[in-house]
Design a protein around this ligand. Structure first.
Ligand SMILES: O=C(O)CCC(=O)C(=O)O
Ligand SMILES: [Mn+2]
Length: 209
């Protein structure tokens, strides 16, 4: 059992702690320098076996608005909204990013969902990363490469629901922890006119392996 990151761990000076009630967010604006982030971005675009996943909505199979790759230790099969993903083996660059995240957070992760947003028309809708295989209070470490995008958070059970917007920068890390996934939803909205691509890597731990 790893220590609770947010209770027992004092983040280094470069971290911004967002205190939002019972949920916890840590933001590291730059975990690798810009040139290295660009190199990583280009390598991942070229090397990752990107997949187009589909969801069944109202009886129709629809392509989700982004490409994805599920990567990790071989036992970390993962499912959401009826889609089951078998992991690809770790890519060297993803492992390098993982190790940087592990250094900063004091945690290791056995899997990562990688999203490729080709332009501002790609997005992810309101959801929480609350699948049972992630446990009750998952720590999700989210690394952004490429185009800056707005990331929105919204309270689940409050009226009016509090909403928070963050700008996710090239080479940044956002760590969501505590009861964040129980009490908040998050999304990456579409952005009109944006032509540049973005990659997001959400490192996760599948429990019970
Ligand atoms: O792209 C992002 O910043 C968020 C992705 C996300 O929420 C997810 O993959 O579950
Ligand atoms: Mn998510």
């Amino acid at each position: 059992m790893q220590a609770n990151l947010f209770d027992d761990y004092e983040p280094s000076g470069e971290a911004i702690r967002h205190s939002i009630g019972n949920a916890q967010l840590l933001e590291y604006p730059q975990i690798v320098d810009q040139a290295q982030a660009t190199q990583m971005f280009e390598r991942l675009i070229a090397d990752i076996p990107w997949q187009q996943e589909h969801l069944r909505i109202a009886g129709k199979l629809r392509a989700i608005p982004r490409l994805q790759c599920w990567m990790g230790d071989s036992a970390s099969e993962y499912g959401y909204s009826g889609v089951r993903l078998a992991p690809c083996p770790w890519h060297e660059t993803v492992k390098t990013i993982h190790d940087r995240v592990a250094d900063l957070s004091g945690r290791t992760f056995n899997s990562v969902l990688i999203n490729y947003y080709r332009n501002g028309q790609d997005s992810v809708a309101w959801h929480a990363d609350d699948e049972t295989e992630l446990g009750d209070t998952p720590v999700i470490a989210s690394v952004s490469l490429g185009a800056e995008r707005i990331f929105e958070l919204k309270q689940k059970h409050q009226t009016p629901a509090k909403k928070i917007k963050l700008l996710l920068r090239h080479g940044s890390l956002l760590i969501m922890g505590g009861t964040m996934q129980q009490h908040w939803l998050h999304q990456l909205p579409k952005e009109k006119g944006l032509l540049e691509a973005r990659i997001n890597l959400t490192f996760r731990n599948i429990v019970g392996e």
